[in-house]
Design a protein around this ligand. Structure first.
Ligand SMILES: Cc1cc2nc3c(=O)[nH]c(=O)nc-3n(C[C@H](O)[C@H](O)[C@H](O)COP(=O)(O)O)c2cc1C
Length: 158
């Protein structure tokens, strides 16, 4: 059975709500899903998953440092995450506040690892974004994103 990690940092709960929503959809697909705060994620465990989805609030247009730390620590396994599926999502305070640059920064690292990223031709193209606490639109994007990734997981890790 495919294994999925939804790993996030969240100080005030906004990114956490997005993470919970994505993880719930993944669980419905009968994958083994771990929903973990980044602080409780051991870098060595990244190897266990077929799909790794990272979430971070937007901090100065990029990811919060605990997420960056996990990614920097993952250099230990450079090359070994190749072929896994990746994804990212973010919450910011402002429209145009850097949600997309934050997502792209996380995806950039996953691409350098050789991971497979799926975009979306509709909705939030790079990954789900929310402004503060996710509203209905943002939650729908989280659900759709999880369904899109689940479809890919099933194809690549049947
Ligand atoms: C250090 C710091 C930097 C931030 N930088 C930005 C920013 O560049 N753009 C923005 O729109 N919001 C910024 N914010 C606001 C957060 O991204 C926003 O409140 C987010 O929803 C918090 O997510 P959380 O509830 O998961 O912690 C910043 C907040 C903090 C604490």
């Amino acid at each position: 059975m495919a294994k999925v990690l939804v790993c996030y940092y969240s100080k005030t709960g906004n990114t956490e709500k997005m993470a919970q929503t994505i993880a719930a959809v993944m669980k419905n697909q009968n994958f083994v899903v771990d929903l973990k705060r980044v602080e409780e994620t051991k870098v060595d465990k990244l190897l266990d998953y077929d799909c790794i989805i990272l979430g971070s609030p937007t901090y100065y247009g990029s990811m919060a440092w605990p997420v960056k730390k996990l990614l920097d620590d993952s250099v230990k396994f450079h090359g070994q995450l190749r072929g896994k599926i990746g994804g990212a999502f973010s919450s910011a305070a402002n429209v145009g506040g850097g949600n997309e640059t934050t997502i792209l920064d996380m995806l950039n690292a996953l691409l350098i690892h050789g991971m497979i990223i799926r975009g979306d031709h509709r909705g939030d193209h790079y990954g789900p974004v929310s402004i503060d606490f996710p509203d209905e639109r943002a939650l729908d994007c989280c659900k759709q994103y999880a369904e899109n990734l689940a479809e890919l997981v099933k194809k690549l890790f049947p």
